[in-house]
Design a protein around this ligand. Structure first.
Ligand code: MGD
Ligand code: MGD
Ligand code: SF4
Ligand code: MO
Length: 821
């Protein structure tokens, strides 16, 4: 019997099973999978003509055989109303993952909606509205009529600034080109909504303004560059757990020396060695451990800097590289501007940085030599510069990002093999929307406006701020108060009388209330406050296009039915537009009603053709048919043409040295160190004993919206873990598995103690966004000047409130590290 899966036998995939192209719906890496489906009353057999693998399965298969799937990769789902067997297994032919699954993607099948096997029964199947004191199922027409009437009424009274929006802007599940276009066309074309925020930050802006202002788009290389680099440098990311198969399939081989042949073939006139890696992270992550196992300790340099001190380190590395003459003068002269000024302004000695960062000066020098010192044959070293949320949600986002891009530009590493200065990424990407220029910069701090009582109606698309925003305690307190006001008046008027309902809701809004519409696939925490829930279909229940971290675009083909009445987000957006148009015409406002035309797509392909095909760079070469033909390897954006029916893409950006700025030159940026920059952070650090560092773990996807209904995950993590130093645990008198309260001036949360021998004194790491303990409760409201949240720099107190509860008793608290031999 497979652990937690309640099966002891799985069917063999028959020869005639249908095969669909699938890109994993979760992280940026975008691993290729295939979904195989076949009728419920059929099974394959062991002989060659009976199974899809065309193999004799009575024979022992090799250890890494493709002719296999795990229990988590199986389910029974509906297809065109009929039960079918379904297997979603990794694609060995996909160049991204070469057949690797991960602890998240490998569970896609069992995290699908299945009536036959009772998985994900939490999924929303019908629109729900608040009436008679609870949320009850209703029809689309009824729910949309209420949404349109209230939304129009609020706009008539407050203008379009009275409509607040939270919306995903990514690819994969809860995103993709179809759905970002649907929502974008509604809020940026039919309307001009300024009070809009993105799923992961409280404003509508870029996470990497600096890189873009410098002319360097943040996804500028390809995954092969990680195989070709002499040195990998990674700042504030934990790719073993968060970009898993990119790390395992492209970094590890280089660290192990397995990509030497490829290096010699592609870059034949240079000397090569297995890669070394520099990892900048205040804590010893599992990535550090995995790299040491693969490359041995001598080729791994972990700079365990003080939380938030990256900028000082990066400026010192630039200063030192320039002093040593390790920079690329020719590249700087030909393709950039502003180097001399930036070098001067950012000047920082190795000794100063060592002091600020709390690392040895000799290690800063060593890191600089690993990334910049020419090779012994005189060739310039190829270094790939990678970063993610430890830098992006870290101290002084704009300047730190700039300092990192400075370093990559100065060493001539953007636009060449084995280089790049790249976000590792979070979700896949899938952004195509009308211009957002009218929003301005800095964009409105939407959470703050909501807390202050502004706005009358809030549309939420696939985000759960109750688990994922900053200043979350305060946000929830105000949000509950405002939405409860509306619930109270809705309860006071007969729900059968729609006009009276709308009038009462408007009255509550004038009194500070907020009316909330939540588009999601499951009931969320913020959804508890909402008045209308609209059920979305997700990846695989609709055709969906996205691109990954090397801009590789694929089509995930619909392989199963959405639950109940759920429909793709792009079609929900179109239906909202249709309903608003109808309401406005009823009211005789023809001019405004006309703005809501053009939402007549019949399906997601219609949204794709209206959006990506017409608006994306190179979109004219891309449609579903062409993408289907490109299979799980797709093409790398932007498309530049078609050759014999195949889309031609772009492997790397900036290979011609022309950057994304007027005049084509990349800009070096001044970025001086100025301490902990976001308001309240230094005070918090001074006042509380523990750093509450936070982020992700391998097993859990995001706010656990699907994992919370998956026994395999809830069994391992009934509570979010908090990694603690052993001596700190002694002093606080807490033991493994104890539940502790974490608190500070911003709020409180709770977590389960995980003893961690490598944790530094006074430094903890907590799983973020978990349903049974929200780390964001203790993140203060401080953002940088462009409203980028600073989730990572948080300090607090810790107190025990319970010994190991029953649900924790059986858990292992062994170190998560592999021994390094
Ligand atoms: N403390 C702290 N906070 C953080 C971070 C941190 O590091 N520390 N990181 C931030 C980051 S990088 C991120 S990305 C955010 C994540 O913040 P959120 O985006 O709020 O979190 P998710 O869990 O990704 O939420 C996605 C929601 O979308 C729903 N969903 C999934 N598929 C679909 C679909 O097809 N359609 C619709 N309509 N809904 C769907 C899910 O059910 C879920 O409720 O958190 C941010 N918050
Ligand atoms: N397993 C899994 N994978 C995921 C996700 C998931 O939920 N689960 N989510 C996806 C998403 S949306 C995102 S955005 C990415 C995020 O991917 P990552 O950025 O790799 O993940 P995080 O765990 O948020 O943070 C990375 C590291 O930043 C470090 N850090 C904290 N403070 C600092 C600092 O001051 N300086 C430096 N240099 N480092 C610091 C933390 O110790 C942590 O190890 O992951 C994606 N992949
Ligand atoms: S690494 Fe990311 S894309 Fe690949 S299977 Fe895992 S979650 Fe999916
Ligand atoms: Mo993210």
């Amino acid at each position: 019997m497979a652990f937690k899966r309640h099966v002891d036998r799985l069917p063999i995939i028959p020869a005639g099973a249908k095969r669909h192209n699938v890109t994993c719906q979760f992280c940026i890496v975008g691993c290729g999978y295939n979904a195989y489906t076949w009728p419920i009353n059929e099974q394959g057999g062991t002989s060659r003509d009976e199974n899809i693998f065309q193999l004799d399965l009575t024979e022992q298969q090799p250890a890494d055989t493709d002719a296999w799937y795990a229990p988590s990769m199986y389910n029974v789902v509906k297809q065109n109303g009929h039960d079918v067997h379904m297997v979603i297994k990794p694609d060995y032919e996909c160049v991204v993952n070469s057949g690797l699954a991960s602890a998240r993607g490998g569970r896609m099948a069992e995290m699908s909606y299945s009536e036959a096997r009772s998985t994900q029964q939490q999924r929303l199947t019908d629109p729900m509205v608040w009436r008679q004191g609870m949320k009850v199922p209703t029809s689309w027409e009824d729910a949309l009529d209420l949404v349109a009437k209230v939304t129009v009424a609020v706009i008539k009274e407050q203008g379009e600034d009275g409509l607040f929006v939270s919306a995903f802007d990514h690819g994969g599940a809860g995103g993709g080109y179809e759905n970002t276009w649907g929502t974008g066309k509604l809020y940026f074309e039919a309307m001009k909504i300024k009070n809009i925020r993105i799923h992961n930050r409280p404003a509508y802006n870029s996470e990497v303004h600096a890189s873009r202002d410098m002319g360097v788009g943040e996804l500028n290389n390809c995954y092969e560059d990680a195989e070709l680099a002499d040195t990998l440098m990674v700042v504030g990311a934990n790719p073993h757990e968060t970009q898993t198969n990119y790390f395992l399939n492209h970094w590890i081989p280089n660290l192990k020396g397995q990509s030497m042949a490829k290096k010699q073939e592609l870059l034949s006139d240079e000397e090569h060695a297995p890669a070394r890696i520099v990892i900048v992270d205040p804590r010893r992550s599992l990535t550090v451990n995995a790299c040491e196992v693969a490359a041995s300790k001598k080729n791994v340099l972990h700079l365990a800097i003080q939380s938030g001190s990256d900028l000082a380190l990066l400026n010192a590395m630039l200063t030192y590289a320039a002093e040593q003459g390790w920079i690329d003068e020719d590249f700087i002269a030909a393709h950039t501007e502003g180097f001399a000024a930036a070098r001067l302004a950012n000047s920082m000695s190795v000794e100063q940085a060592a002091e600020i960062c709390g690392v040895a000066a000799s290690d800063i020098i060593k890191a600089t030599s690993w990334i910049a010192e020419p090779k012994s044959d005189g060739h310039r070293r190829r270094t790939m510069f990678a970063y993610e949320k430890g830098l992006i949600w870290g101290n002084d986002n704009y300047r730190s990002n700039a300092a990192y891009v400075n370093l990559a530009l100065a060493t001539g590493n953007i636009g060449r093999e084995g280089g790049g200065c790249v976000r590792l990424g979070g979700h896949q990407e899938g952004y195509v929307r009308p211009s957002d220029d009218f929003i301005g910069r800095p964009a409105p701090y939407v959470d703050k406006l909501l807390i202050e009582g502004r706005g009358g109606v809030h549309h939420i698309w696939g985000c759960d701020h109750y688990k994922t925003t900053l200043n979350a305690s305060e946000f929830k307190r105000h949000y509950n108060e405002r939405t409860n006001k509306v619930k109270a008046v809705m309860d006071s008027v007969p729900s059968g009388d729609r006009d009276a309902q709308v009038e009462a809701i408007l009255g509550a809004i004038r009194d500070g209330g907020l009316f909330v519409v939540d588009m999601d696939i499951v009931p969320t925490k913020i959804g508890e406050a909402a008045h209308v829930l609209l059920p979305a279909a997700t990846s695989g229940e609709m055709n969906l296009t996205s691109m990954n971290g090397e801009r590789r675009m694929r089509l995930t083909e619909r392989y199963m039915d959405p639950p109940g009445q759920a429909m793709p987000d792009c079609l929900i957006a179109a239906r909202i537009a249709n309903a608003m148009e109808a309401t406005l015409r009823e009211q005789g406002d023809e001019a405004y009603a006309d703005q809501f035309q053009g939402f007549d797509w019949q399906n997601e392909e219609g949204a794709f053709m209206d959006g990506y095909h017409q608006n994306a760079a190179g979109g004219e070469f891309v449609d579903y048919e062409a993408l289907r033909a490109m299979g799980n390897n797709g093409f790398q954006e932007p498309a530049t043409g078609l050759e014999e029916g195949r889309i031609v893409g772009s492997k790397r950006l900036y290979t011609d040295g022309v950057f994304s700025r007027e005049g084509g030159k990349a800009l070096f940026m001044e970025a001086q160190w100025r301490g902990l920059q976001a308001p309240g952070k230094q005070e918090q650090k001074d006042n509380y004993p523990f750093l509450i560092n936070n982020g992700r773990a391998n097993l859990v996807w995001q706010s656990a919206y699907l994992d919370q209904d998956n026994e395999f995950v809830t069994d391992r993590w009934p509570y979010p873990f908090i990694e603690m130093n052993l001596q700190d645990m002694d002093e606080l008198d807490v033991a493994e598995g104890d539940l502790v309260e974490v608190w500070n001036d911003a709020g409180s949360t709770q977590a389960m103690v995980y003893p961690t021998p490598s944790a530094k004194r006074g430094e903890t790491f907590m799983l973020f966004a978990f349903p049974t303990g929200v780390q964001g409760n203790v993140v203060n409201e401080g953002t940088n000047e462009l409203i980028i949240p600073n989730y990572k720099q948080t300090w607090g107190n810790i107190r025990k409130f319970s010994a190991k509860p029953r649900s924790v008793n059986h858990l292992s608290f062994k170190s998560k590290e592999y021994p390094v031999l």
